[in-house]
Design a protein around this ligand. Structure first.
Ligand SMILES: [Cu+2]
Length: 358
C-alpha cells in the first residue's frame, strides 16, 4: 500500500524506531517464550483471577530466579509485540502502478502469470500465483475512452484467463473460458484489446479455476479515471485497498498484519479509499475515530453519498469512500468479523491503521 519512506514515517509516528523495536523485542521475548506455551495450552481453561490480576509474586531479596509470568501477562506481551512490529517489513510489494507502453496510440500492458514465493507477514512465505510477481498484481490505471491492450503470458501449470471485472466490454473481451474465449494454456499468450468503457474502481482477475487462482493471487486493480472529473477525483491521497481471504489467509493488498501498510494522511487532507473484495467472504471494514463518506458503488458515483464507520464489502464489490482526516492520531482500521483480525495471540490478518499526521 505504501512505499518504504511512508512506512518509516508511520513507524516513527507509532514510536517504532528500530532501537525501540529491538528493546521491545528483547524485553518481551523471554516473556513470550515462557508465556506462549502456557497461554496457548491453557487458553480454554479457567485461570485463578487472583494470580493474573495480582501479577507475579514478589522476588525474595537476593534471589536470582526469573519471576513466572502469568498467562494474562503473557497474552498482553504477545499483543504488544504484534503492535510494536507494525508496520513490519516483508519482501515483495503488490499493487504497484504499471506504466503502459504506447503502440500506435494503444496503451499496452503485459502481464505474466507465474508461480512465486510470497511473504504475507514476517517469515510467513506462501506459494502465490501472481501477475508480474506482485500480489495484488500491478495496478492498471487508464482513462475512460483510452484504447487498451492487455497481453497475458501464462507460465502457470494450469490454463487461465483474465476477466475485467466491472468493465462493460464487448462480449469477446470478457475473459471467461468456454463462454467468450478458449482457456489460455500454460506456455501460451493471449491478447485482449478494447476501448475503455465505464469509469470507476474496477478489478481484473482470473476467471478460470478461480476459487483457487484468485485465492493464490491472480488479481489486481483496474482503475478508470473519468473523462469529466467529479468532486472526489482529486483527493490528497488515493488508496486502493484489496481484501482477500483465500490460500494466503486474511490479507489487505496481499499482506497480513503486522505487515499491512498503514494509510497515511496529513491533518485536514482528503483520503479516498477504493475497497475491493477479491475474497469469498464478507468483510465489514471499520474505521476508528472518523467516519467514511461512501461516494461510489462498483465504480458508479452515488447521487446521495452516505456516511458510516463500518462498511460491509462483499465478494466482488467495490466501494469508494472519502475520509476527511480531521482527527489526528493512529487509528485502528480493521475487518469487524473479529476472528479475521485478532486471536489470543494478538492482532493478525485484516488489521491496519490510518495515521493522521499533525
Ligand atoms: Cu473479514
Amino acid at each position: 500500500m505504501s512505499d518504504h519512506p511512508m512506512d518509516e514515517r508511520a513507524a516513527k509516528l507509532l514510536g517504532g524506531t528500530s532501537s525501540r523495536r529491538r528493546f521491545l523485542r528483547d524485553t518481551t521475548l523471554t516473556a513470550v517464550v515462557v508465556g506462549v506455551a502456557t497461554a496457548c495450552k491453557n487458553s480454554a481453561a479457567a485461570k485463578p483471577i487472583a494470580q493474573s490480576a495480582a501479577g507475579a509474586a514478589p522476588i525474595p531479596s537476593g534471589s536470582t530466579a526469573v519471576p513466572a509470568i502469568s498467562p494474562a501477562d503473557a497474552m498482553d506481551a504477545m499483543h504488544e509485540k504484534g503492535i510494536k512490529a507494525f508496520p513490519a517489513a516483508t519482501a515483495g510489494k503488490g499493487n504497484q502502478l504499471i506504466e503502459p507502453r504506447i503502440h500506435d496510440g494503444v496503451k499496452t500492458f503485459e502481464l505474466t502469470a507465474r508461480k512465486i514465493r510470497w511473504e504475507t507477514a514476517p517469515g510467513n512465505f506462501v506459494e502465490a500465483w501472481a501477475y508480474n510477481e506482485q500480489v495484488p498484481g500491478p495496478q492498471i490505471r487508464v482513462r475512460e475512452g483510452d484504447r487498451v491492450r492487455v497481453i497475458l503470458h501464462n507460465e502457470l501449470p494450469e490454463s487461465t484467463a483474465i476477466h475485467f471485472h466491472g468493465l462493460e466490454l464487448p462480449n469477446a473481451q470478457d475473459g471467461v473460458p468456454f463462454i467468450t474465449q478458449p482457456p489460455v494454456k500454460g506456455g501460451q499468450s493471449y491478447t485482449y484489446e478494447f476501448t475503455v468503457p465505464n469509469a470507476g474502481s474496477h478489478m481484473y482477475h482470473s476467471h478460470h479455476n478461480s476459487a483457487k487462482q484468485v485465492g493464490l493471487g491472480l488479481l489486481g486493480a483496474f482503475i478508470v479515471e473519468p473523462k469529466v472529473k467529479g468532486p472526489h477525483d482529486d483527493p490528497d491521497v488515493d488508496q486502493v485497498f484489496i481484501l482477500n481471504d483465500g490460500a494466503h489467509g486474511y490479507t489487505f493488498n496481499g499482506k497480513s498484519f503486522p505487515a499491512t501498510a498503514p494509510l497515511v494522511a496529513k491533518l485536514g487532507q482528503k483520503l479516498r479509499i477504493r475497497f475491493m473484495n477479491e475474497g469469498m467472504m464478507i468483510h465489514p471494514m471499520h474505521l476508528h475515530g472518523m467516519h467514511m463518506t461512501v461516494i461510489a458503488k462498483d465504480g458508479w458515483p452515488l447521487s446521495s453519498p452516505w456516511k458510516c464507520d463500518t462498511l460491509n464489502v462483499a465478494p466482488g464489490e467495490r466501494w469508494d469512500v472519502v475520509v476527511n482526516c480531521n482527527n489526528p492520531g493512529t487509528w485502528a482500521f480493521h475487518c469487524h468479523i473479529l476472528p479475521h483480525a485478532e486471536s489470543d495471540h494478538g492482532m493478525f490478518g485484516m488489521v491496519t491503521a490510518l495515521v493522521v499526521q499533525e
